[in-house]
Design a protein around this ligand. Structure first.
Ligand SMILES: Cc1cc2nc3c(=O)[nH]c(=O)nc-3n(C[C@H](O)[C@H](O)[C@H](O)COP(=O)(O)OP(=O)(O)OC[C@H]3O[C@@H](n4cnc5c(N)ncnc54)[C@H](O)[C@@H]3O)c2cc1C
Length: 380
């Protein structure tokens, strides 16, 4: 199941892991780690899957997840990993696919260089699971549009220079009436209100974005009018497949630390791992992580081959978020009191990981999508 990487790419994986160990392995305090973001840009990580026109590296999805996993394995904070992923997979990839050369030179190159941050604004107060009944509207006016509405839980909102916003240009047409817009933060009428506190992911600040009669030029449309659902589809395929790769690497790192701790004896007592209950729980975490990796790599390969593009992103997102959350909780239980006290970051890891159960669409919605792809086997 593991890709048989050539020596050059193995070297690249090791290089990214060492970079994270040397430059990112410190717990980020609340707020986006701008220094870490810039350091990642310096290592050319912000352009991994992006084309040459964006100064990107044109990596496949499979290569991209392997390198993000290495970042997490090296110790990058999950908040930073999530913020980078929301920017790169939720916004940059669809912008590179649906935008032209002009967008590449106006925005793309700056984002790969680390000087522009993007956010994907989809979710609304009426419920993020109901895309077809989106209430944010963009009405034709003169040669452009007037955008009105509210988005919430937008990752990177407090730091974003540009928002990729989904709005309805023809409400009566449901998802076919959705259009994607690129809206700079300085647009008159746009207001960001940061979310004051969240359970986890303190390093990936989020907020609400309000559009009070924002006037947009026709050129603000990404793709074509009525093509917003396709733009969203690209964003979700990449985000659901790739955004948790770094979390998998981080969980492997946590497991290695947890094993070392459980094997240490204290005050003449047997080491915790000498109890079968403890050893089995550690083994269960290892099983979960290996199974999650197999699904991640399989899903990334499917994305590269453009195969089953509804099934695999949901399958990866649901499997990784559930498995990683269970593993983080199991490790917190192994640490017991020390876990509650957040020693070795065990409680932070669990809180950060639990956030992923609802991000990129809840896992109930992922199951809906997976179920819709199931077909009877005609040969059975
Ligand atoms: C860490 C994090 C990061 C996020 N980042 C972003 C971002 O960058 N941009 C953005 O736009 N949004 C973002 N979100 C929002 C996220 O996409 C939404 O939380 C999610 O889509 C669910 O929407 P909701 O919270 O409004 O819940 P609702 O849609 O109101 O759902 C409430 C409950 O009902 C269930 N439910 C609703 N409809 C169905 C259905 N059809 N079938 C089965 N169950 C259903 C849900 O599973 C859930 O349990 C983020 C969320 C989190 C937690």
């Amino acid at each position: 199941m593991y890709p048989d990487w050539n020596p050059e790419f193995q070297h690249e994986i090791a290089r990214v892991r060492h970079f994270a160990e040397a430059s990112l392995s410190r717990r980020a305090e609340a707020g986006l780690d701008r220094q870490g973001w810039q350091a990642c840009a310096g290592e050319k990580l912000l352009g991994l899957p992006l084309p040459a026109s964006w100064d990107g590296a044109s990596c496949s999805a499979l290569e991209t997840v392997a390198l993000f996993e290495a970042l997490g394995r090296g110790g990058a904070d999950r908040g930073l990993l999530f913020a980078l992923g929301a920017h790169l997979f939720g916004a940059c990839v669809p912008m590179a696919l649906y935008g032209g050369p002009d967008l590449a030179s106006r925005q793309g190159r700056f984002s790969v260089a680390g000087s522009r941050i993007f956010a994907l604004a989809i979710t609304e107060p009426s419920g993020g699971s109901h895309i077809s009944s989106m209430e944010t509207t963009a009405r034709l006016s003169g040669g452009g549009y007037v955008l009105r509405g509210e988005k919430r839980f937008v990752t990177n909102a407090p730091d974003a220079d540009l928002f990729l916003v989904l709005a309805s240009t023809s409400p009566e047409r449901g998802t076919f009436g959705l259009t994607a817009f690129l809206v700079p933060k300085e647009t008159p009428g746009l207001e960001v209100r940061p979310l004051a506190s969240t359970l986890g992911l303190a390093g990936a600040p989020m907020g609400s974005v309000y559009f009070q009669s924002c006037e947009l030029p026709a050129a603000a449309v990404l793709g074509k009018e009525g093509g917003g659902f396709a733009v969203l589809g690209t964003a979700m395929q990449w985000e659901r497949t790739c955004i948790l790769a770094g979390f998998l690497g981080a969980a492997e790192r946590d497991l290695a630390r947890c094993v070392a701790r459980m094997r240490r004896s204290r005050g003449g007592h047997p080491a915790p791992a000498d109890h079968q209950a403890v050893a089995h729980r550690l083994a269960g975490v290892k099983c979960g992580l290996e199974a999650a990796r197999a699904v991640l790599y399989r899903g990334a390969s499917a994305l590269d081959l453009r195969r089953e593009t509804l099934l695999w992103p949901s399958l990866v997102k649901r499997t990784l978020s559930e498995t990683l959350t269970t593993c983080a909780q199991d490790m917190m239980r192994l640490y017991a009191g020390a876990g509650w006290a957040d020693e070795d970051g065990a409680a932070t890891a669990w809180r950060d990981t639990a956030a992923t159960l609802s991000a990129s669409g809840t896992n109930d919605v992922q199951l809906n999508l997976i179920a819709s792809c199931l077909r009877p086997d005609p040969g059975a």
